[in-house]
Design a protein around this ligand. Structure first.
Ligand SMILES: [Zn+2]
Length: 304
């Protein structure tokens, strides 16, 4: 079997080619995969490249915490052979949707078995919910990608070499990303390594790179903080001389803008957490998203 046609070149920041191309010498249709959100779509495409077709239920610039499945989402399952979910209660609607779609294929939960799942915290109080944003640590994404590659090899053994080759190339990029992020924060003192963001989505990033994120909202960006929480945050910003506040893409930033005004701190560029962006907006892939966030955070923290 010749595999020449499966190889696509993907640069460091390149988007994977997603148009299905039948492998030369055979007529195997591409694998059909459904996933919950755009970041997972990118990871699956990085491994499957042109051997698979991936549909994401929540598209680019889509808000996962506000997602409510509609009948049209049931149709998205079509002839899919696999559904890929994040898990850690990020997709509380998934079980019912999978049932409604009468989906009988494989369900892969990529966060299963990550080395250190974190609990969600709300204003410092330990919470019983897991923190779902595990992809904010590239080391967890390495685990995600290995699971995706194993599943694709299982479902489509004829293309095993193709999947393993793109898996290895992408894992190298993820390891380089992890080292690159670590290097960017290296010049910053521990006093500089603190910022304020709009919702607590950065615990995994914080733990990996020793950054302190203070967030006035709880784990879901839908929840509203109490006046007492806001007042406590304002006094903390003043007493600890925090200089950088970051708004999150897709989140109502009025509260943070008010806090910034009251305290005189600088508002940095949007950080991308839950979704990739449409082409040309700076976070079209997971690698781009993480580099964007890192450079924005470093610039904000250097000002302090
Ligand atoms: Zn979130």
């Amino acid at each position: 079997m010749r595999r020449r046609d499966w190889i696509t070149s993907v640069g460091c920041f390149g988007l994977a080619a997603t148009a299905p191309i039948a492998a030369s010498g055979q007529n195997a249709p591409p694998l059909s995969v459904v996933t919950s959100f755009s970041i997972l779509q990118d990871l699956i495409e990085q491994v499957g490249k042109n051997r698979i077709v991936v549909r994401s239920l929540i598209g680019v610039d889509g808000h996962a915490h506000a997602f409510e499945p509609r009948p049209s989402h049931v149709q998205s399952f079509g002839q899919a052979q696999m559904v890929v979910l994040n898990g850690l209660r990020y997709e509380p609607w998934a079980d019912r949707l999978i049932k409604s779609a009468n989906f009988k294929g494989r369900v892969l939960t990529v966060s299963d078995g990550i080395p250190e799942p974190l609990q969600a915290t709300k204003t410092g109080r330990p919470d019983t919910d897991p923190d779902p944003h595990a992809w904010q640590n590239p080391r967890n994404v390495i685990h995600y990608v290995q699971g995706i590659a194993d599943a694709l090899c299982d479902l489509d053994p004829a293309a095993k070499d193709h999947y393993r080759r793109s898996e290895q190339a992408y894992l190298t990029e993820l390891r380089e990303l992890d080292q690159w992020i670590e290097l960017q924060f290296l010049p910053l003192s521990s006093a500089q390594r603190r910022v304020i963001t709009s919702h607590q989505a950065f615990a995994y990033f914080a733990q990996r790179y020793q950054i302190e994120f203070l967030a006035p909202q709880g784990i879901s960006s839908e929840s509203r903080p109490s006046a007492k929480t806001v007042a406590r945050l304002i006094s903390q910003i003043k007493s600890e001389r925090i200089k950088a506040v970051f708004l999150e893409h897709l989140t109502d930033g009025r509260l943070l803008q008010q806090i910034a005004k009251d305290t005189g701190v600088r508002v940095g560029p949007s950080l991308y957490v839950e979704a990739l962006t449409a082409p040309g907006k700076g976070a079209e892939t997971y690698l781009q998203m993480m580099r964007h966030n890192t450079l924005a955070l470093v610039a904000g923290m250097q000002a302090s």
